[in-house]
Design a protein around this ligand. Structure first.
Ligand code: R5P
Length: 310
């Protein structure tokens, strides 16, 4: 059987290289340039006729990353690839996933439509902001979890007297599964959002006094959610506070919020590129490269992915 052909957009070539290396294939060559006026110019520089093609591109900001993914899918389609899989380690534009206020868009559905219309046959993604976004696609979608990576990380730290904490009610189901895997009790924070970027803690449900708290979230943006949670946990008697999240959607306030001494350690994955120099000292990064590589290999060989969830 021919090897899978892996190409990268310009959002995160380092992760695409890690993915390709983990399964022993070379990254395919594609030209990604700009026309003089700034428009994206793309071209796949190898013959992919009849091949199983995987295009790696997190759709984090700027929105050009999404557009570039669509253009690369179109290029692969028109180059007669046998099958095109959009590998989206971080699926952006997912936070508006329902019409919860008048005149709000459902941008997650719009992006799903765009990817499908561009010609993707399948999608491989990780820790969607809401698992039901899977249903926005009418093509097969494989949904990976960073849980095995984060659980392994926290297990190695051997944190005594641990309590695993959901930073808001929406995260409870996911965080409960972390607590089960880590063999620790669960606590829940009742968070209220005042605006898209500001939140406050209303109440902590569960026992945290004297425990070392491990907050788990799908993404960190401003880190306001985690900072407020850490302050509330310390007030309620927690000893140290750790945090783990899959997607580092960091913004200008993140470093300050994570660096203010509220956390013993924060661990994120490399679904979104980060320069080490921009990260607070407490932040550790674990790679999802091998996990995604293994998933690509299995999709290519038509094997089950379910053992990757454990
Ligand atoms: C909320 O539903 C998400 O899971 C995160 O808790 C949130 O988006 C994080 O945002 P920030 O870091 O800006 O508080």
């Amino acid at each position: 059987m021919e090897a899978p052909r892996i190409f990268s957009g310009s959002a995160h070539p380092a992760l695409a290289r890690r993915i390709a290396r983990s399964i022993g294939v070379k990254l395919g060559t594609a030209k990604l340039d700009r026309f003089a006026d700034g428009e994206i110019e793309a071209r796949i520089l190898e013959n992919i006729r009849g091949h199983d093609v995987f295009i790696v591109q997190p759709t984090c900001a700027p929105a050009e990353n999404l557009l570039e993914l669509l253009i690369l899918i179109d290029a692969a389609r028109r180059a007669s690839a046998d099958r095109v899989t959009a590998v989206i380690p971080y699926f952006g534009y997912a936070r508006q996933d329902r019409k919860d206020r008048p005149r709000a868009p459902i941008s997650a559905k719009l992006v799903a439509n765009l990817i499908t219309q561009a010609g993707a046959d399948r999608v491989l993604t990780m820790d969607l902001h809401a698992p039901q976004i899977q249903g926005f696609f009418d093509i097969p979608l494989d949904h990976l979890y960073a849980k095995p990576i984060l659980v392994r990380h926290f297990t190695k730290l051997r944190i005594p007297n641990m309590v695993v904490v959901a930073p808001d009610l929406g995260a409870v189901k996911m965080v409960r599964s972390y607590a089960e895997r880590l063999g620790a009790p669960l606590a829940i924070i009742d968070k209220r959002r005042r605006s898209a970027d500001t939140s406050e803690v209303m109440e902590i449900i569960g026992h945290v006094k004297g425990h070392n708290a491990v907050l788990i979230d799908d993404l960190i943006s401003t880190a306001g959610t985690l900072k407020n949670a850490a302050i509330a946990l310390r007030k309620a008697g927690a000893r140290a506070v750790y945090a783990g999240a899959t997607h580092p959607c960091f913004s200008k306030d993140t470093r300050r919020n994570l660096a203010a001494g509220h956390f013993k350690q924060v661990v994120v994955t490399d679904t979104i590129p980060q320069a080490r120099k921009d990260l607070a000292k407490s932040v550790k990064v674990r790679s999802v490269g091998e996990l995604i590589g293994e998933a690509i290999q299995r999709i290519h060989e038509e094997e089950s992915l379910s053992s990757l969830f454990e």
